[in-house]
Every structure is written in structure tokens, then in C-alpha cells.
Write a protein that binds this ligand. Structure first.
Ligand SMILES: [Fe+2]
Ligand SMILES: [Fe+2]
Length: 272
């Protein structure tokens, strides 16, 4: 079977993440990848377009796993046991969380880099930088969870953009240059219909004066990761400095409405 090396490395979080894996972990990951992509490869070899699963086929996979698909990435590992996490420093900052809990954060860094290159406002660049970070904690309704996590610390427009990118990614907007991504046929099923609350939220957003804020997050969202892209948080330090209100007690210890979420990210091994 032919391996798309770039896509494989990207699926593991990029070359830096691969460098940290031991050879057994690499072999496991490769086997897993080959299993997952075998059908696609066979279809491609026969000149057929990729066959996307149905909603029913995706539902049938639920009982094949020992974890739920919505568990945050800090709480599961699809390559052997989870690893011990480095302790967070005292008075942790957003940069500390990027380094120790959201890493490698390639996807959000690439999205924010694209937003910066395409001349977006600082509120949008910040929203792109933070838009999927909450996936370390939990995955369902990640727009709402993510907005709640960051809301006490960022501009209202950025929080709005994070909350509603989850809705708008299901709806194409030709004028803004956003197509429904193939990736969603793959992960939700090709016959997936967003639930009613998402359809209602879309209707509300279409007439909202801030419609373009979450829309621009979806436009700069990336569905194909480039494993060779060199990304770092450094180009965003000024924007963070201007727009992210770091609490002096550290994230998790300032009694904000989302402080418990930061503490959970800091110590996901706590049993209670
Ligand atoms: Fe997202
Ligand atoms: Fe995203």
C-alpha cells in the first residue's frame, strides 16, 4: 500500500510530534493509518472517487471504541496509553497552555497564520488562534465551549466568532469563499443534516451585524494540514498582549466563570 507520507505525518501532529514518538508508537500509528485508509487507497487505485460513509455507518462505529468520540484529546490516546503531562507553572498564562496542553496546536496556528496573511482584523486573528483549542477538553459543541472558556479574557467580537464558527462551517458561502469541506462528509457522514438548533442559529446569524466575524474564522479554518508548514505562536505575541487579558493569578485561579475549565485542562488526571 502506498503511504501519503505528508498526510500521515500531519495526522500525527507534524514532524516535531513524530520526532517525540518512540519506534513502537510510530509502528502502531502507521498500522492504524493503513487500516483507516485502506478503503480509500483501493478506491483510488481503481479510479473511483473516495466513498464517504453514511451517518448510519458512522454510528455503527460507536461500539467499536473504548472511548467516546467527543472526549477531549487530553483524555484519550489513540496510540497506546496516555502520557504523563508536564505540570503547569505557577500563575499559568495562555502561552503556557499552548505549550503544555494545546500542543502541537498546529491547526489553530496555521489558521491564525492564514488570517494574518490575508489581512484580517486582530479580533479575527485572535479568534482563529483560539477557535479549536477547547478540543483538548471536549469536542461536542466546541464553538460554545470554546467561547465560554475564553470569554472573560478576549474581545466580545472574538468570542462571538469562536462561538458561531461551529454553526457556519456547515453552511457554504460562495461570496465569502467558503465551501462545505469534504472532511465533514468523512467525519459526520455524507448524508448528515445539522440538528435543528444549528439550523436556527444559522438563521439568526444570517441577519446578524456580526455575521462576518465567525464567517471569517471558517474561511481561514484549514481542513488540510500542511505538515511542512513552520508555525509558532511568536508572530501572535503582540496580538495576545493587546487583546488577551491574562489574569495576574494565572488562568484557573482568578475566579472567572471559566476558571474551573482551565483547572481541568491543567489537571486532567484528577479523579474527581
Ligand atoms: Fe472548529
Ligand atoms: Fe478549525
Amino acid at each position: 500500500m502506498e503511504i501519503d507520507r505528508r498526510a500521515f505525518i500531519a495526522s500525527l501532529g507534524g514532524p516535531a510530534a513524530v520526532a517525540l514518538m518512540d519506534s513502537e508508537a510510530k509502528a502502531d500509528a502507521l498500522e492504524h493509518w493503513m487500516e483507516e485508509h485502506l478503503d480509500e487507497q483501493v478506491a483510488a487505485a481503481q479510479g473511483q472517487p473516495e466513498k464517504f460513509p453514511t451517518v448510519a455507518e458512522i454510528e455503527a462505529q460507536i461500539e467499536t471504541r473504548d472511548f467516546r468520540r467527543g472526549a477531549g484529546s487530553l483524555f484519550t490516546s489513540n496510540r497506546g496509553n496516555v502520557k504523563k503531562l508536564e505540570k503547569m507553572p505557577k500563575n499559568p498564562t495562555i502561552q503556557d497552555f499552548f505549550r503544555l496542553r494545546f500542543a502541537p496546536a498546529n491547526h489553530v496556528l496555521q489558521s491564525a497564520t492564514r488570517a494574518m496573511k490575508t489581512g484580517m482584523s486582530e479580533e479575527i486573528i485572535l479568534a482563529c488562534l483560539l477557535h479549536d483549542c477547547v478540543l483538548s477538553l471536549i469536542k461536542p459543541d466546541h464553538g460554545w465551549w470554546g467561547a465560554q472558556l475564553f470569554e472573560p479574557y478576549i474581545p466580545e467580537k472574538s468570542a462571538f466568532a469562536i462561538r458561531y464558527h461551529q454553526t457556519l462551517r456547515f453552511y457554504a458561502d460562495d461570496d465569502a469563499g467558503y465551501e462545505y469541506p469534504d472532511q465533514y462528509y468523512r467525519i459526520f457522514g455524507h448524508d448528515y443534516q445539522p440538528p435543528q438548533y444549528i439550523a436556527d442559529t444559522y438563521k439568526m446569524l444570517k441577519n446578524h451585524k456580526w455575521y462576518m466575524e465567525p464567517r471569517l474564522v471558517t474561511v481561514n479554518d484549514l481542513y488540510a494540514f500542511d505538515p511542512n508548514a513552520k508555525v509558532s505562536i511568536d508572530p501572535f505575541q503582540d496580538i495576545i498582549g493587546r487583546h488577551f487579558k491574562q489574569p495576574k493569578e494565572g488562568l484557573g485561579y482568578d475566579n472567572s466563570p471559566s476558571a474551573h475549565m482551565w483547572r481541568t485542562l491543567a489537571r486532567p488526571d484528577n479523579p474527581l
